[in-house]
Design a protein around this ligand. Structure first.
Ligand SMILES: NC(=O)c1ccc[n+]([C@@H]2O[C@H](COP(=O)([O-])OP(=O)(O)OC[C@H]3O[C@@H](n4cnc5c(N)ncnc54)[C@H](OP(=O)(O)O)[C@@H]3O)[C@@H](O)[C@H]2O)c1
Length: 254
């Protein structure tokens, strides 16, 4: 008889989810990966965190859950907070032994509504009686790229040059998730990219790499959020860190 470990991956269709599926697919023969999406796909389980539909079936028989699904700022209360509560309850009922939740470095410092929801979800996971790891990661380059692309469409690059960011590639986060799964529940862990940059530096490198000539409109993010962002709330000194840089991403090599 083979001794398999089944891992449910929520948010498997997302940016990080794709990297996690690819990493776990190469992890070895005794690992069974069960990707989850709201949409029915062959070989995946269908479940919706906002309603709870399909969750008991999704977690049934799972040894571990990697929880990546998020409304990413849309319906945070229903998906990130209540949805995480539904998932934790289902995981507990199913006897899941390790729930790994991916959060964001600085959710406890930067007062924006999405981060408040992520922090609330962290607390639900920590209190939920399923042994857990809460992995706070820094920003993915794809997100920074999307923000700069959206801004440039307005005709200018709106940038608070002094905000500090530490891009981490999803492939590096996926490797970290894989090793944390192997090690077992670890509580709170942070993971960042190899370099801290000012947003001004990131935007400058992006303009050069993409050949964008839009002028930069310097702004100052107001209030406590701005102060925290400029003071490095989105960065971490945690080791190990990722290896793939913003430059690697822009060059298309990561
Ligand atoms: N992006 C970043 O820079 C960053 C940085 C640090 C941490 N994180 C965290 O990492 C995680 C993954 O981020 P990402 O950027 O990869 O996310 P993403 O690309 O926006 O993907 C979000 C995923 O959530 C799923 N989802 C949305 N609503 C759902 C619902 N009601 N029920 C079930 N699934 C639902 C979607 O799946 P379907 O559409 O297939 O249902 C999708 O796969 C998130 O928790 C995020 O907070 C992100």
């Amino acid at each position: 008889m083979t001794n398999t470990t089944t891992v449910l991956v929520t948010g498997a269709s997302g940016t990080l989810g794709a990297a996690v599926l690819s990493r776990l697919a190469g992890a070895g023969g005794d690992l069974v990966v069960r990707p989850m999406s709201r949409r029915a796909r062959s070989g995946w389980v269908a479940a919706d965190l906002a309603t709870g539909t399909g969750l008991p079936e999704a977690v049934r028989g799972a040894d571990a859950v990697v929880h990546l699904a998020s409304g990413a700022g849309r319906n945070s209360a229903g998906i990130d907070v209540e949805g995480t509560g539904r998932l934790v309850a289902a995981a507990r009922a199913a006897g899941v032994r390790h729930l790994l939740y991916v959060s964001i470095v600085g959710v406890d410092r930067v007062p924006i509504s999405y981060y408040r929801a992520k922090l609330a979800a962290e607390r639900i996971v920590a209190a939920g009686e399923v042994p857990c790891t809460i992995l706070r990661a820094t920003q993915f380059p794809q997100l920074i790229d999307r923000l700069l692309t959206a801004s440039s469409r307005l005709g200018v690059l709106v940038v608070d040059r002094r905000v500090l960011v530490q891009p981490v590639h999803p492939a590096d986060v996926a490797e970290r998730i894989s090793s944390l799964l192997g090690a077992g529940p670890a509580g709170a862990v942070e993971f960042g990219g190899p370099e801290v940059h000012s947003f001004g530096e990131l935007a400058g490198a992006w303009r050069r790499a993409r050949g964008v000539r839009r002028p930069v409109l310097p702004i100052r993010v107001p209030g406590r959020a701005g102060r925290e962002l400029r003071a490095g709330a989105l960065t971490t000194a945690a080791r190990p860190a990722g290896t793939r840089t913003w430059g690697d991403y822009l060059a298309g090599s990561a």
